[in-house]
Design a binder for this molecule. Structure first.
Ligand code: ADP
Ligand code: MG
Length: 701
């Protein structure tokens, strides 16, 4: 019952042809009719709304107004001609400009005639104008009902050069929908459609591209959002169910010498109740005979590394190897030194493998790993390279998981016949809705308690004009024996600019804090590893009192004596990044401070971020606010890792739909885990299609 028509290559659609097909493929990933159909408008314009010329103030929005023609003329040299039409309404005047098709345009306009102008304003020479607007003469007839809401599609320069602006795309869409063979197969059973009062699928696609009215549009959107979230959940739950019931795991029942000696002889403090509970949860998984796939959430400083270490020791006690993967070299190095330090009395071989491991050393590590002599391997992405082979890999721990995609996780599983247990740790608390969508296939544990004696970090917002006070504060803290981080923002567009920003900052700091009284260090991402290490070492050992840095110090770094964190241009950071940075202090027993420096004038959103930081240290609250402010696509690199490939649903705004979809998916998988029941045949067929297309959204076939 798959639909051959929708699989037709896009160049066969009337009005497309080879040249347009090329740009549709390269610019928008539109290869087939189905791809075109699932290319959804990113917004809609209500054509019954007109604005006044004087109210134009936004360069990005498409607008519509009525105005009378004042004059029209061709200007510019013959090689560079423009046709400029000046129109006005009772509030003001604006120029409409055409660069192409002048001859054809010139006769079209009459002085004093009223026109409807529709287009995107921009500023040129200090004046508003609109280039290549759409023009209509108002008629007595109202706009036909099914054209009042106009879909706007994303276009690009290349698409536009082939006549495929949003209108061009809309035209293609119409051609497709009017084809007599056009037919979108349903993928939800009649029972589901009825229970949730969902529009049928074909109608939803028609209405999303050509909404008859606002209500139909809303129904179409709801239907497609539901479908998107439902299949995502259904797949996650099917995987999870399959894993829990079928995926065999190594059985680690023994708690032996390593764990006992570490726990009783090495550990200098008591575990928190939360740490104990999480370790119990993990032990239960490890003994179950099934593969563990657990997400461990815990705020910065809550003691996840220790849990990771104990988990690895359980694997070692049962004769297996363990590995720990970190997102950056600095962090991998730090894990390596903390962990080898903690294990130094225990006769355990720990290795470090990163991009900068020398080839001789690397060879030795790889061969010891294969030979089973190396028990714990710590490293970066280098760990998932093809030639890294373990003899008995029992468990994989991934720190700061959001930087690794699901695909990378899967790659680790492939390393053995029986998949190793997986523990994913994250310091960024994940809002519930995001966790459901992103990690619906993982079990989850939370460390919701800080080690005793931690004082919350005192956080203040400081405007530029109070900078001298900040410097005095730093001097005082250094006199008291404390150390200070000063962080400069990373502006991703330009690495050289970042460096300039940082080095200027560094010089400024040196002037304020001159030698020999003060020693200031600097680390940034473009330094060689050994230089970074040297600077970090100098700071760690107290030789330097101030460390000027970019956000390379964001994750993991643990320097208990550093009790002041100054964040320059704090308005430039996202909330979770600020939270991570603040987590670098407050690790020792002294009162710590985080000073958020900013310009005196701030955008509303920046104010909200800074306000949130000053008023709460609750990681979950911060994460929720972050998600609301930024939207999920932007958060935690989920876009790059391609996990959250949502086309229409928004997990914050559509939380209600998400919950309904999730409940339904759960019910169905519970009742029919393999989806073999006749009544679930549509669902299982659609899941197979999704997998074929590597998890892309609601593929139409
Ligand atoms: P996370 O990785 O969750 O940010 P870490 O594991 O790096 O946190 O722990 C932060 C600091 O707290 C480390 O110095 C660690 O030794 C210490 N720590 C961990 N657990 C405890 C505990 N139960 N009691 C006291 N200190 C602890
Ligand atoms: Mg950590």
């Amino acid at each position: 019952m798959s639909n051959a028509f929708l699989k037709t290559p896009i160049e066969y659609l009337k009005g497309v042809g080879p040249a347009r097909a090329d740009v549709l493929r390269s610019e928008s990933n539109i290869f087939t009719y189905a791809d075109l159909l699932s290319f959804l408008p990113f917004r809609y314009i209500d054509r019954s709304v007109f604005i006044r010329i004087a109210d134009i103030k936004d360069e990005t929005a498409l607008i519509q107004f009525k105005a009378r023609l004042v004059k029209s003329q061709i200007v510019g040299s013959p090689r560079n001609q423009r046709f400029v039409v000046t129109v006005k309404d009772e509030s003001g005047e604006i120029d409409l400009i055409w660069f192409r098709g002048l001859k054809w345009m010139v006769d079209k306009f009459k002085t004093d005639q009223e026109y409807i102008v529709f287009g995107k304003p921009s500023i040129f020479n200090g004046r508003w104008n609109i280039s290549h607007p759409e023009i209509e003469i108002p008629s007595d007839q109202p706009i036909p009902l099914n054209e009042t809401i106009r879909p706007i599609y994303n276009s690009t320069e290349k698409l536009k050069s082939k006549g495929l602006d949003y209108k061009g795309i809309s035209k293609l869409m119409k051609t497709l929908l009017l084809n007599e063979k056009f037919n979108v197969p349903e993928n939800l059973s009649p029972g589901i459609l009825e229970n949730f009062r969902l529009m049928d699928r074909q109608e939803a696609f028609i209405s999303i591209h050509f909404p008859g009215n606002a209500e139909l549009l809303k129904k179409a959107q709801t239907r497609l959002k539901f479908e998107e979230l439902f299949f995502l959940q259904l797949r996650l739950m099917k995987q999870r169910y399959g894993r829990i019931n079928k995926q065999k795991g190594h059985v680690f029942l023994k708690v032996g010498d390593y764990v006992n000696r570490f726990y009783h002889q090495q550990l200098t403090f008591n575990l928190t109740e939360a740490q104990k509970r999480v370790i119990r949860e993990i032990r239960k998984d490890l003994g179950s005979g099934r593969q563990m796939n657990r997400l461990l959430q815990g705020d910065v400083g809550s003691g996840k590394t220790l849990v990771a270490l104990m988990t690895m020791l359980i694997a070692l006690d049962n004769g297996y190897q363990a590995c720990l993967m970190a997102p950056t070299e600095i962090l991998a190095n730090q894990h390596f030194s903390t962990i080898s330090g903690m294990l130094s009395e225990l006769d355990i071989r720990v290795g470090l493998l990163t991009g900068s491991t020398k080839s001789g050393e690397r060879k030795e590590i790889l061969s010891d790993l294969m030979g089973g002599k190396l028990q714990i391997l710590i490293g970066t992405h280098a760990l998932i390279e093809e030639n890294v082979r373990f003899r008995y890999l029992g468990i994989v721990i991934i720190d700061e998981q959001h930087r690794f995609g699901v695909a990378q996780r899967a790659k680790l599983w492939e390393k053995n016949q029986i998949s190793p247990h997986i523990l994913v740790m994250t310091a960024t608390p994940i809002p519930r809705t995001l966790a459901m969508t992103l990690y619906g296939d993982l079990d989850s544990s939370v460390i919701d308690e800080m080690p005793p004696g931690r004082k919350p970090v005192v956080t203040r917002h400081i405007c530029e004009h109070d900078r001298p006070k900040v410097y005095n504060f730093i001097r005082r803290k250094i006199r008291e024996g404390r150390q200070v981080f000063i962080v400069y923002p990373l502006i991703q567009e330009s690495e050289t600019l970042d460096l300039k920003n940082l080095t200027e900052g560094f010089e400024h700091v040196i002037k304020e804090f001159p030698e020999p009284r003060y020693t200031v260090g600097m680390v940034h991402g473009q330094m060689k590893q050994h230089e970074k290490d040297r600077e970090m070492e100098r700071f760690l050992s107290g030789k330097s009192q101030i460390l000027v840095a970019t956000t390379v110090i964001e994750v993991g770094v643990d320097i208990p004596n550093a009790s002041v964190m100054i964040i320059e241009n704090a308005e430039r950071y996202g909330l979770s990044q600020l939270h991570q940075l603040r987590g670098r202090v407050g690790r020792g027993s002294d009162q710590s401070y985080c000073l958020l420096m900013s310009n005196d004038i701030l955008s509303a959103e920046a104010k909200k971020r800074i306000f949130t930081m000053v008023h709460t240290s609750d990681g979950f609250e911060i994460a929720e606010t972050d998600l609301k402010l930024r939207g999920p696509g932007d958060i935690m690199g989920t876009q790059q890792s391609g996990i959250l490939n949502l086309r229409i649903a928004d997990i914050i705004k559509d939380e209600k739909i998400l919950r309904a979809a999730r409940n339904l998916a759960s019910e169905i998988i519970h009742e029919d885990p393999d989806l073999v029941d006749e009544k679930n045949s549509l669902l299982s067929r659609h899941l197979i299609q999704m997998d074929k297309h590597q998890g892309n959204w609601g593929l139409i076939s």
